[in-house]
Design a protein around this ligand. Sequence first.
Ligand SMILES: C[S@@+](CC[C@H](N)C(=O)[O-])C[C@H]1O[C@@H](n2cnc3c(N)ncnc32)[C@H](O)[C@@H]1O
Length: 337
Amino acid sequence: MIGVRVPRKEANQVRLFLLEHNILNLDFKIKRSQDHVYLPLLEEAGNDFIKDKNLQLVETVFEENIKSPRSMEEYLKDQIPAEKLEDLKKSFDIIGEVVILEIPPELDEEKKAIAEAALKFTKRQAVYRKGSEVKGITRTRELEHLAGEDQSETIHQEFGTRIMLDVKKVYFSPRLATERKIITDQVQDGELVLDMFSGVGPFALSIARHHQAEIYAADINPEAINYLKRNIKLNKLQERIIPIQGDVKEVLKNMDLKFDRIIMNLPGSAGEFLPVALEHLKAGGVLHYYQFSRNTDEPVDNIKKAAKNRQMEILAKRKVKSTKPGEWHVAVDARIC
Ligand SMILES: C[S@@+](CC[C@H](N)C(=O)[O-])C[C@H]1O[C@@H](n2cnc3c(N)ncnc32)[C@H](O)[C@@H]1O
């Protein structure tokens, strides 16, 4: 079958390029010789397109990825005692070519078998285990590489938006995909939007792909802003998104603008940023406020306190996802007059 042959040190860059253009054939395994890497291509990959990039096309044999078993549990049942399988948290995240698993300490000895199963089951290229909670100002977590390539940079697709990121360097959760769609669907053409904690830009990119809006996207993590800049190009949204690296409180001090809509997805401490957000929200503007909470009333009360005498209308309250027993990542959409 058809593939491209590249020197080993260029392989990752080419792999990302092929992924980006949807021409890497994920049903077959990448293979390696001492000096080269061979990447399988989809049959419909245009030869001219590949030649333009000076890539060497080859006709070779690639090993097919093992067909997915019905579930990872089924695959593991002969390798892990049944009672231990019960302990295995079945939920895992897939971000582009990367799988991130939560494996409880009781399954330490089986972690490699579990990771190999995840690799086969998902047909992705890298498997990591969560080594900590998300922490610190950049909301990143420690990751332990367990199977496949130790390749943490990837391109994730979310409702057609391409999102490049390095799972070790920036925050990203595929579990917020529906939330991003909910917010995107509320935006009107012509709006001026602020994404206060943009990360690599999933909210901003989604809004910009669907609306003629102008979006200021700020993040304190320089890595996140570097990926946001790449994602803006990847999705051809240069005209619509303005990336800004820095502490958003400082960024806003030097900005006279008032926004139609402000997104505040920093659920551990967004409350601290409510006063500065409200200063920059137009009368009649909409706030999308996120907070970890045991109920939806507490976040609403926090907005009310910060809004002081301004009239407010709660448009919606949502439990976006469970964070720990009894606690939720809560979203509140509020119009502030
Ligand atoms: C929970 S993540 C959300 C990222 C993004 N909105 C998403 O949905 O993937 C929060 C982000 O806020 C950023 N952050 C934390 N404190 C900040 C601050 N003071 N100013 C700007 N960004 C900040 C972190 O670097 C992180 O990328």
